[in-house]
Ligand binder design. Structure first.
Ligand code: NAP
Length: 433
């Protein structure tokens, strides 16, 4: 019997479990451990609340979690309730699938001012992640600045710019709807240090900026290279650039109240404010011959009450596990950290790709892991149960999650799929009895 502990119940964790079931057949037991009592990681707390179709993949994960060979073991924190070293003693293989939950710091003066936050905190707050329940961003602002030119930046801008009505069928937490506060917003800037050709947006996300009820995109025509240069782009990027060119040609819709301004060739220099964010000073940039952003020396000041840095993520270090500080993920060779200890998904390769990218990643890891013979005899799940019972840890199994799920669904606003429980205390209360 092969025994696996997968730490992290997001997409990477579930695809790895699915691969293990396919590869080892009946001859496997798989525990998916999570520090939260709720499964699904980024699907629940990272994917935008208005992208419900992407979240539907959790049904596939549910089929894995309810397989007799698999257990969801929630409310168990690695490094507190049980160590990685203990797990490698209990299971044949331990796979770290903990994603990249930490924000890459903005690192400019003034970043510590209230009203500056990373996208993990901002997205986590509106998605009801218990870690960020208290990180309430200022929403009564006329101007907001999102730093970064990836899909997370677009998600943040879109969630700010949407009306309460547009978010009614999403699972955004009720606190984040704030109807009175949203009405004052006029400008959302998305700062990119490079140009439209270098943006990391995908077609659907950029297209949605043109479909907002009260918000309209603004792109400056002078930020584009000559149109002939688009031919050198790969198809996906060329389509993104075509949409951006359409926005630039159309100009912002004067009937719409909020302008979502794509400020290409701008990088943050300094956050300004007295006790809270009042503005951000930015440097105009241009591309050098190697495609890097270099300063032009021209600066400007953008007034704003909220700055969100959506510039990438880092994996949380885990005691005793080698960490690559420069890359912000575990030190590994093709997923192998050390004998019996592996990593997968963002914890292996860094924060790139879509949810679906984690499926081949999980399958490839299990192929490598299966190539290593194990002598067997480790206690596996029974050993973990004994250890956690001895430490009086209250495990949240999948049935406990189903209780939370049912309660959230029953509390949903009209038209919404659920109202999330966003504090650890309340989540734990639900599963207490
Ligand atoms: P990303 O796609 O890597 O974009 C990060 C952006 O931050 C880049 O534009 C980068 O610019 C910029 N940046 C990095 N450091 C910076 C700095 N110090 N100052 C200014 N700008 C800086 O990351 P992401 O948006 O966090 O997304 C992570 C992954 O999740 C991506 O693969 C993304 O596609 C995926 N995702 C997908 C969806 C979806 O499919 N709907 C939604 C959300 C996220 P440079 O290019 O110049 O380095």
């Amino acid at each position: 019997m092969r025994t696996l502990a997968i730490i992290g119940s997001g997409p990477a964790g579930f695809y790895t479990a699915e691969a293990a079931l396919k590869t080892f057949g009946e001859d496997v037991r798989c525990d998916i451990i999570d520090r939260l009592p709720t499964p699904y990681g980024l699907i629940r707390a990272g994917v935008a609340p208005d992208h419900q179709s992407i979240k539907a993949v959790s049904r596939r994960y549910e089929a894995v979690a309810t397989d007799a060979r698999v257990r969801f073991v929630g409310n168990v924190t690695i490094g507190e309730d049980v160590s990685v070293e203990e797990l490698t003693g209990l299971y044949d293989d331990v796979v770290l699938a903990i994603g990249a939950p930490l924000d890459k710091p903005l690192g400019v003066p003034g970043s510590e001012l209230p009203g500056v936050m990373g996208s993990a905190a901002f997205v986590g707050w509106y998605n009801g992640h218990p870690d960020f329940h208290d990180r309430v961003p200022p929403m009564a602002v006329e101007g907001a600045v999102i730093v970064g030119n990836g899909n997370v930046a677009i998600d943040c801008a879109r969630i700010l710019a949407k009306t309460v009505g547009e978010l009614s069928d999403s699972d955004i937490v009720g606190d984040a709807l704030m109807p009175d506060l949203r009405s004052g917003l006029r400008r959302v800037h998305i700062l990119g240090r490079r140009g439209p050709h270098q943006a990391s947006f995908t077609l659907k996300e950029v297209g949605e900026l043109g479909e907002l009820e009260l918000a309209t995109p603004l792109v400056r025509p002078e930020d584009f290279p000559p149109v002939e240069a688009d031919a050198a782009l790969e198809t996906g990027q060329r389509r993104v650039v075509e949409v951006l060119r359409k926005f630039a040609a159309a100009g912002p819709d004067p009937e719409k109240r909020v302008v979502v301004q794509l400020d290409f060739f701008h990088r943050p220099l300094k956050v300004l404010g007295n006790g809270r964010v009042e503005a951000i000073e930015v440097m105009r940039t241009r591309l050098d011959a190697d495609g890097r952003a270099v300063d032009t020396g021209e600066t400007e000041i953008i007034p704003c009450g909220l700055v969100v840095a959506a510039i990438g993520y880092r994996t949380s270090p885990v005691p005793g596990v080698p960490y690559d500080t420069d890359a912000g993920r575990f030190a590994n060779v093709d997923g192998l950290i050390s004998d019996g200890l592996w990593c997968v998904g963002w914890a292996r390769r860094g924060p790139s790709g879509t949810i679906g990218t984690n499926r081949p990643d999980g399958f490839a890891l299990v192929e490598r892991l299966a190539a290593v013979e194990r002598s067997g005899g480790k206690p596996g799940p029974a050993g973990l149960d004994a250890l956690l019972a001895g430490r009086k840890v209250k495990v949240a199994y999948f049935a406990d999650w189903q209780k939370i799920d049912a309660l959230e669904v029953s509390r949903a606003r009209p038209g919404a799929p659920r109202e999330k429980i966003a504090t650890l205390d309340e989540l734990r209360r639900v599963i207490a009895d």
